[in-house]
Write a protein that binds this ligand. Structure first.
Ligand code: MG
Length: 339
């Protein structure tokens, strides 16, 4: 019999954080804890309005879960099959539970999660650091503050994109990745912006157009001088096959996939289809980012800076050393409350 608890975690941003759809100053995660056989597993989900989620909807979903029919948190596939079947959506709540189960399972066998998965070595990917949409002056200041990080991810998708990129380029020659968050509304507009971005040394472009316009993406893919990475178009495993002709790679986030179990399947399928794999995140504490960092050991690109944008992270776990991700050698997800 398994019991679990959940609670909100209010995270304050270091700077107001903006993308093409909104700007905000704080975000509320859901933390799930499983206590079983004297071992505690912890997980975090970040409810996302883009997918119809709030903390209240996540906690409402979790309040309806009954895990008393399961004997051990190690029964991850069976538990997640039950959780997935209970209601559609609520991916972040599902991700929080899935991460807590993985944390518990890996702790129960005394290994960091990636070693429990059979991955011997960390790949030390360089994580990008995100510069949210703001005034050009503030975006330049954020770029200067991002000096420890080797790759920038710049949020675009407004009518000021060229001014933004030009201003950031005026203070750094680092690789820049661009995330339009569905901000360009026609394929012709998207191509024009991408061609200009290619001339500015941009590495790739994430989600140039609205997810609902997926049918127009193959047109853009064959013309784009830069790789295109699906984010809002890529939720779960069943989405991956539909993206082969439309994008060059996919951005997997556990808050979209509903957890690590599904995220691993997506990474393996993307490989089979010749798609590159990026592991991204929402704004979270070190719990969710550390969970995603284990998945990033299967990836080409990491965008795991969600905890770095937060000023009151109560947890410690994944470290960023000279811009590279390094998981501590602790069992489970590798997270603990700061002392
Ligand atoms: Mg994105």
């Amino acid at each position: 019999m398994i019991s679990f608890q959940y609670e909100p975690l209010v995270l304050q941003f270091r700077h107001p954080f903006g993308i093409s759809r909104w700007t905000r100053t704080e975000t509320t995660s859901v933390i799930v804890r499983i206590l079983h056989d004297g071992i505690e597993g912890v997980g975090e989900g970040s409810p996302n309005a883009r997918y119809g989620e709030t903390y209240d909807s996540a906690s409402h979903f979790l309040s309806h879960l009954d895990l008393t029919g399961f004997d051990s948190p190690a029964e991850i596939p069976a538990i997640m099959a039950y959780v997935d079947a209970l209601a559609p959506g609520e991916w972040s709540a599902k991700a929080a539970l899935d991460a807590a189960l993985h944390d518990w399972w890996a702790k129960s066998i005394g290994l960091p999660l990636y070693k429990a998965w059979g991955i011997a070595e960390q790949n030390r990917l360089i994580t990008s650091f995100t510069i949210g949409i703001d005034t050009t002056e503030v975006m330049v200041r954020k770029t200067q503050e991002a000096s420890p990080y080797g790759i920038l991810k710049v949020k675009v998708g407004t009518d000021r994109d060229q001014e933004t990129i030009a201003a950031i380029r005026s203070v750094t020659d680092k690789p820049i990745r661009v995330d339009a968050n569905e901000g360009w509304k026609t394929k012709e507009e998207a191509l024009e912006r991408i061609e200009w971005l290619a001339s500015e040394g941009v590495e790739f472009v994430e989600q140039p157009m609205p997810a609902a316009q997926l049918m127009e993406m193959p047109w853009l893919k064959v013309r784009s001088p830069l790789p295109l990475i699906a984010d809002e178009n890529c939720g779960r495993l069943h989405d991956v096959d539909s993206l082969q002709d439309a994008f060059h790679g996919i951005n997997i986030k556990i808050d979209k996939s509903g957890g690590l179990l599904e995220g691993r399947k997506m990474a393996l399928r993307a490989r089979e289809l010749g798609l590159s794999v990026m592991i991204g995140c929402m704004s979270s504490s070190s719990v969710a980012i550390s969970a995603a960092a284990h998945l990033a050991l299967m990836a080409d690109y990491a965008d795991l800076d969600g905890h770095l944008l937060v000023g009151n992270d109560p947890y410690e776990g994944i470290q960023v050393e000279e811009g590279r991700l390094l998981l501590p050698d602790w069992p489970g997800l590798g997270v603990r409350l700061r002392s």
